[in-house]
Design a protein around this ligand. Structure first.
Ligand code: MCN
Length: 791
């Protein structure tokens, strides 16, 4: 079935209430911490208080003697057990042709710690209190070393790893440098910009948690873990770290209370629990507390960039060149290396017809928590840079932010960018027009005058983003360094009574798959949505899948289910043909009924399902009984959601307090399955993006490497009353490379919104002479910028 026919099916585009909400809203969810196994023990990790230190000794004597303690494992035990370090899933090749520097990432530090919170030992005790008390008795003698925190200090700073003497992981580049230089030579105007993309701490509502369990009778391990992709977790852990046969480990990611990227990765704690569950022959639970999450979850962003945009006399872009220093933290987290390269630089053409783009990236090790993908992963960093420099160019050239974008929008599709991606569809003018209308841009002047009358500064900011979701074909990703496939699986199990259970490799941790995937299946089979259940998050039940990240689930996971449904339909037609004594090529299937072309003969889907399992009148010689099909789908291209966001802020120059007064988001997500869920996704993304722009910032002390924003007292999280009612609109150019026509929506809000906010802040502050500003626009930073401009 093609995308166009699919979009017309019943249930597609319907805002059905979420099937999963009953259990979530009534407290019936089953999160990792809700799982209680027999004789459960509890783990607590001893963590480094220093950013960089040699470990002289670990003395466990007093701790081992403490009540309830079962075992204390440290780096020496890991070496004895021959457990490898955590692998990095993406190999970047340096511009020199050499592979990136890939130092070991031990699950428990051996001889050296490299960031505050680095894992030194795991204490296992009968109760959590006993484990906590004993952890305080573990005596670690450290020889403290100088710390490197900021990428600007990395080169020449004390080396974290012997494998990376300059703390340098790789230099990577994309684009034609000579062509870019030539274009700059002929430019009428060059806009320059230095900017920092502030480091963020993900903070999902449910912190990470895991339970290691080992069954001696079957020699099987089970790891319950709050994770976004259980099969990837299992593959990395068994094949690369523990050397276990994969079928002996079952990974279950039950209800997960948000991930936002931070739960994609294989973490040290997960391996420690799995390993120790056999070693101690006990079930072991670990719950990350909020302070540990601040210290040890993979952080996001942390780029420092210089960009230059060459423009001709008509305001048309000629070329863009960018240099970015990316902070990778102390170790390479699972997909960290792909974020500032493949997922970032390839998005720097944006929505614009810029003939030449050249991007160079240096990535560095520092004594901070590992940095990896966080909602948007590279695309927010690209969008922030591009949309900031485009608005700055508009300010410099005296054009409106709207006009400069219109002059440069891509209008012909498919469009090959100079940085590898090929966009299949889009209508950027339509999104901009729609956003202008929805955001009442025409009334901005009057609102600005009204703000002025109150002594307040009002500004408007635009951001026209494009991003790449779903990820690339596996072979392309492999050529770019991915050490994994990027397909997805779906199994459709039709039961004898015609109800259906779907097993998907995608994982829902807030995105509502149990509803939207059921909508897709119900629409295709013409059965009630209540008759479809979705199973995910269990390697013991679901075929091998890649999980959820990169807003890929509906476009790749949904496409795999569509493929399985194609097979179901083809087989069901054969059964129906037999029952109605016709040729299967003469069978039509629509609205849950099989009919013979040109006749009034028809039978319902349920009857065919029953016949498949009660095959009394059945072509057993040519057809197997049963109606159960599995498919794997490998995407042929990314999907390219795009849109225009417009933000209006009002700033009190006396206090620096910045209030988002209006925020308009018009997105093109192709075909939309469930508008209510999509709107919720956009709301969540906007809050995260505006949160980054206005308040969130992870700060380490530049000298000592201590995390200064290690709790919600110091790290400001956005709240509902920080926001106005968002105005949300949609345009639709269906994706041409998947059978649903969908483009991902899960990250768009977080990608498009930060530059819209900061462009608005700069527009407002231009009245008092402020020309440049880095996120976050906290009252103190805004007030200080105003004072500096006055001075
Ligand atoms: N959808 C739709 N029509 C479309 C596109 C999507 O109806 N055209 C629906 C989908 O069926 C799905 C939801 O919208 O129910 C999101 O779909 P998609 O864009 O495919 O994104 P994923 O399901 O793959 O989710 C991943 C994405 C990412 S990468 C992050 S990070 C993120 C996000 O989703 N983390 C989240 N949203 C989150 N929402 C919650 N509550 N918690 C997180 O951790």
């Amino acid at each position: 079935m093609g995308a166009s026919d699919f979009s017309k099916l019943p249930h597609i585009g319907e805002s059905l209430r979420r099937k999963e909400d009953y259990r979530f809203l009534t407290g019936a969810g089953n999160y990792t911490d809700d799982i209680d196994l027999a004789n459960m023990t509890h783990a607590v990790f001893v963590r480094s208080p220093h950013a960089h230190a040699n470990i002289k000794s670990v003395n466990k004597t007093a701790a081992l003697a403490a009540p309830g303690v079962i075992a204390i494992l440290d780096g020496a035990d890991v070496v004895d057990a021959k457990i490898n370090g955590l692998p990095c899933g993406w190999l970047i090749t340096d511009t020199s042709g050499q592979p990136m520097k890939e130092p070991p990432h031990p699950i428990l530090a051996h001889n050296k710690v490299r960031y505050v919170g680095d894992h030194v030992a795991m204490v296992v005790a009968e109760t959590l209190e006993q484990a906590k008390n004993a952890a305080e008795l573990v005596e670690v003698d450290y020889d403290v070393l100088p710390a490197v925190v900021d990428v600007r200090d990395a080169k020449g700073g004390t080396a974290l790893h012997t494998e990376a003497p300059d703390n340098h992981c790789y230099n990577w580049a994309i684009g034609d440098k000579a062509a870019v230089d030539a274009a700059f030579a002929g430019a009428a105007h060059v806009t320059k910009l230095d900017l920092i993309n502030n480091r963020l701490v993900p903070n999902p509502m449910e912190p990470r948690a895991a339970i290691g369990s080992y069954n001696r009778a079957s020699d099987e391990y089970t790891l319950y873990v709050s994770n976004q992709n259980p099969h990837v977790e299992r593959l990395l852990m068994t094949a690369f770290v523990m050397g276990l046969p994969e079928h002996k480990v079952r990974v279950i990611a039950p209800d997960v209370g948000g991930g936002f990227g931070a739960k994609i990765y294989l973490y040290a704690e997960d391996v420690c629990l799995t390993w120790a569950s056999k070693k101690l022959n006990r079930n072991i639970k670990w719950n990350c507390d909020r302070s540990e999450a601040f210290l040890c979850d993979a952080h996001g962003r942390d780029h420092s960039s210089h960009a230059e945009l060459a423009i001709d006399k008509d305001g048309k872009f000629l070329a863009l060149k960018v240099h970015t220093d990316a902070n990778l933290g102390a170790y390479l987290s699972t997909f960290s290396t792909a974020v500032p390269t493949i997922l970032y630089a390839t998005l720097l053409a944006g929505q614009y017809n810029t003939p030449q783009v050249y991007v160079e990236v240096d990535s560095w090790f520092t004594n901070t928590a590992p940095v990896d993908a966080y909602r948007g992963a590279g695309r927010p960093e690209a969008t922030y840079l591009l949309e900031r420099i485009v608005s700055r160019a508009a300010f410099e050239l005296g054009l409106s932010q709207d006009e400069i974008r219109r002059r440069n929008f891509i209008t012909q599709f498919p469009y090959q960018t100079p940085v590898a991606l090929q966009y299949d569809t889009g209508d950027f003018h339509a999104c901009l027009n729609h956003a202008n209308e929805l955001g009442d841009v025409a009334g901005f002047g009057a609102r600005k005058a009204a703000s002025q009358a109150k002594g307040l500064l009002r500004g408007i900011g635009y951001s026209s983003y494009i991003e790449a979701c779903g990820l690339a074909p596996s072979n392309v990703a492999g050529a770019l360094g991915a050490r994994a496939g990027l397909f997805e699986c779906g199994e459709v199990r039709v039961h004898p009574t015609g109800s259906v259970t779907v097993f998907t490799g995608s994982h829902s941790h807030g995105q509502g798959h149990e509803t939207t995937f059921a909508q897709v299946v119900a629409a295709r089979l013409g059965i009630p949505v209540e008759n479809v259940d979705i199973v995910h998050g269990d390697t013991g039940r679901v075929p091998f899948g890649m999980g959820t990240y990169g807003s890929r689930s509906i476009s790749v996971g949904g496409a795999a289910i569509m493929r399985a449904l194609d097979k179901i339909e083809a087989k069901a037609k054969k059964i129906a043909a037999h029952l109605m004594e016709a040729s299967d090529t003469d069978i039509d299937f629509a609205n849950g009924e099989f009919s013979v072309k040109g006749t009034d003969k028809k039978i319902p889907f349920g009857q065919v399902a029953l016949t498949a399992y009660v095959p009394h009148n059945y072509p057993l010689e040519t057809l197997e009984p049963g109606l159960n099909e599995t498919a794997f789908y490998d995407p042929t291209n990314f999907t390219f959601p795009a849109g225009t966001y417009i933000c209006e802020v009002e700033i009190d120059p006396q206090t620096g307090v910045t209030r988002v007064d209006k925020f308009t988001a018009v997105d093109d997500f192709g075909t939309i399955i469930n508008p209510m869920i999509v709107e919720g996704q956009v709301h969540g993304g906007l809050v995260q993006g505006i949160g980054q722009a206005l308040m969130e910032q992870c700060v380490y002390d530049r000298e000592t490497g201590q995390l200064l924003t290690g709790s919600f007292m110091d790290y400001t999280m956005p709240r509902a009353d920080d926001f106005p009612e968002f105005k949300i609109g949609h345009e639709c150019t269906p994706c041409t490379t998947n059978p649903l026509g969908t483009k991902g929506c899960g990250e768009a809000g977080a990608i498009g919104s930060p530059p819209a906010v900061i462009n608005a802040v700069l527009d407002a502050l231009s009245a008092v002479g402020v020309k440049d500003f880095d996120m976050p626009a906290s009252p103190h930073r805004v007030w200080s910028a105003i004072q500096a401009a006055k001075a």
